[in-house]
Design a binder for this molecule. Structure first.
Ligand code: LLP
Length: 400
């Protein structure tokens, strides 16, 4: 965990708003997964949609992680960071066949999530490019509906009830299926969701003779609120190992198990720092207006997500209740009725758990620049993305 002193120092050196990442925490998270899944043949593929700064990707590449990419540009970033093609999975949805062709030219693992593309892929490659298939297991799971992806009404995956249609395509085109994949949602604490998902997938394995991989996706919960607990990884590791061993005993089959965690690997490693611009006393609320907004951290407005906020400039100040708001031209509230040590203009406020889907979902709405990013590695602190400026905003605009 980074101390307030280090964070204040970063804010002083690089200005705010600022994302700061702690390399040690990423390594701790990765090691804890390896430890939890030690009984099974598990490979971790970091779901890099959570945070794609190439410097972060390099940390995970060095740890030996694989990487899960949802766009061809993410694949290119992964290659830049040093991941070899065999350690990259391409898991897009609703993309054109051309994007798959670009990915196959780079030799990465391909995950297909609809029947028509599977057919097109099979017609093109026959059995020459074995694929992973994303199944929709019809399981409702995840922190909220916007991040639930495995239920029957979700756009993701091929319904688990359409296995026969997949078999028909395999027969017609000779496409070879090396893996089955599910991802039911984000922020899943209930271990039974993973166990149930695995059971459903295992039931279908008999229909796929070339199968070597079962990919159980990501979605491990990290604690956002002070009284929350995350997914119990040790317990999950045990449960899954038991299930795989029982299956191996009854069927004689053994699979490699892949996971694609995003949040779990980078959320807690990330800190977001903003400065208080104004304190406004209204008739019913006191507002702290900061030099940022949902253009920089969209999770509270988009998912009603809770991020712990602390006034790290005035930790002994009297506790007061505030609405913490951003500077965007519409409702832009980071936190409602939140207790903070008294906030004065120019105090630095810290948001915890900002590593995943923080900078990555930022935008230039209101023509405000995106924040800078800093990486702390041991005693070293370095800028890994400079703050944007007006020139960045104008770049690409064609003027007469
Ligand atoms: N694998 C697939 C196929 C996914 O779609 C996702 C996330 C992951 C892995 C990683 O899930 P994680 O371990 O990070 O929960 N922006 C939202 C989260 C959306 C997740 C989308 N897919 C948020 O800020 O909560």
């Amino acid at each position: 965990m980074l101390s307030n002193d280090i964070l204040l120092n970063a804010a002083g050196r690089f200005g705010t708003p600022l994302y700061v990442y702690d390399e040690a925490q990423i390594n701790i998270q990765y090691a804890s997964l390896k430890q939890a899944f030690r009984r099974s043949d598990v490979k971790i593929f970091y779901a890099c949609k959570a945070l794609t700064n190439v410097n972060i990707l390099k940390i995970l590449a060095q740890q030996g992680s694989g990487i899960d990419c949802v766009s061809i540009n993410e694949v290119q970033l992964a290659l830049k960071a040093g991941f070899t093609a065999d350690r990259i999975i391409f898991t897009p949805n609703s993309v054109a066949f051309d994007e798959y062709l670009e990915a196959t030219a780079l030799n990465v693992n391909i995950n297909i999530d609809n029947l028509s593309l599977l057919e097109e892929f099979g017609n093109h490659f026959g059995d020459g490019y074995p694929v992973i298939i994303r199944l929709n297991p019809h399981i409702m799971a995840g922190g909220n509906i916007k991040i639930s992806t495995g239920h029957v009404d979700s756009k993701f995956g091929i319904s688990i009830e359409q296995v026969q249609q997949i078999r028909d395509v395999m027969e017609r085109t000779k496409v070879s299926v090396k893996g089955l994949h599910i991802h039911t949602g984000s922020e899943i604490k209930d271990l039974e969701v993973f166990v149930k998902g695995l059971e459903l997938v295992l039931e279908t394995t008999q229909f796929f003779p070339d199968l070597t991989i079962i990919d159980l996706g990501g979605g491990f919960k990290v604690p956002y609120k002070p009284d929350e607990v995350g997914t119990d990884m040790e317990a999950l590791g045990e449960k899954l190992a038991d299930a795989f061993e029982a299956f191996q005993q009854s069927s004689g089959k053994k699979f490699q198990v892949w996971f694609e965690p995003g949040k779990y690997l980078v959320s807690q490693a990330g800190y977001f720092l903003v400065r208080a611009n104004i304190i406004k006393q209204g008739p019913s609320r006191t507002f702290v207006g900061v030099n940022s907004g949902f253009n920089h951290l969209i999770r509270p407005m988009f998912y009603d997500a809770y991020h712990k906020i602390t006034n790290i400039s005035h930790t002994e100040g009297e506790l007061k209740t505030y609405n913490i708001v951003g500077n965007i031209c519409e409702t832009d509230t980071f936190a409602w009725d939140r207790e903070l040590n008294e906030v004065r203009p120019n105090d630095i406020l810290l948001f915890n758990n900002a590593g995943a889907y923080g900078f990555e979902m930022s935008s230039r709405f209101n023509s405000r620049c995106r924040p800078a990013e800093v990486l702390v590695s041991g005693d070293a602190m370095k800028l890994i993305r400079r703050r944007e400026n007006l020139e960045d905003i104008l770049q690409g605009v064609i003027l007469d």
